[in-house]
Design a protein around this ligand. Sequence first.
Ligand code: ADP
Length: 245
Amino acid sequence: MNTILEIKDLIISFDGFYAVNNVNTKINKGEIRFFIGPNGAGKTTLLDAICGRIKPQHGSIIFNNNKNVLHYAEHELVNIGIGRKFQVPSVFTSLSVYENMEISVVKNRGIFSAIFNNITKSQREKINTILELVDLFDYRYRKASELSHGQKQWLEIAMLLVQDLQLILLDEPVAGMGRKETTKTGELLQKIAAHCTVIVVEHDMQFVREYASMVTVLHEGAVLDEGSVNHIQNNPKVIDVYLGR
Ligand code: ADP
C-alpha cells in the first residue's frame, strides 16, 4: 500500500495543555479515513495541523513521502495537493454553481481570471465532469443561495475536487443532513476515493460504520485505537470512552 500521509510524533499544546499528544498514524492512498472521539479529543486540532493552520511544537506530517506539510503556509497547501472543507459551507452564495466552480478551477491565477472568463476548454470539461459526479450539473446556472444545505456541501466538495487535490479533509460533512442526503454524501465519498484520499472528522457513527475504510479513535489528544470499523467497535476501551455513551 502507498502511504500518502504519515503523521509522526505529533505534539500540539496550548499553554501547556496537550491537545494532540504524540500522535502517530499512516494514511494510505485511496482511503476514507475517519477520525472519531469524544469532544475535546483533538480531532479538529489535528486537521488544523494537517492543513497548515496550526504549527505543532513537535513532530512531522509527511505528504507523499517527501514533503513536510509543516514547512508550508496554509494557503500553499492547495498547490501541493491538500485541501480542506470546513463544517459550515463557504460557497459564494450570490454566484451561480458554475461560477463558484470557475473561481476554484483557476485557484492559482485568482478570481480575476475567472471573472474575465479566462477558462480553458479542458477546465470547462473538468468542471462539467465534476458537477455530474456530485449531481449538480442540472443546477449549474442556479445561484448557490438557492441550493439545499446538502447541495451546498457537495458544491464545496466539488470546488475542492476541481483543483486536482490528492488529499481532502472534511470536517463533519454530514452535520445537519437528513438520512437521504447523508447516504448520498457517503456514496460521493466512495466515488471520490477512487481519485483522491479523504480524511473525515465525524460524530455520526452510522455514517462511519457504512463508509470508513479505516478509523482512528482519538482520546485526550492521543490515539486510543486504530483499525477497521469492526476492530474498533469491539475494543472495550473505545466502547468505554466513546461508543458506549
Ligand atoms: P475535538 O475536535 O476532538 O472536539 P479539539 O481539537 O477542538 O477537539 O480540541 C482539543 C482540546 O484542545 C480541547 O480541550 C480544546 O479546548 C483545546 N483547544 C483547541 N484549540 C485551542 C486553542 N486555540 N487554545 C486553547 N485550547 C485549545
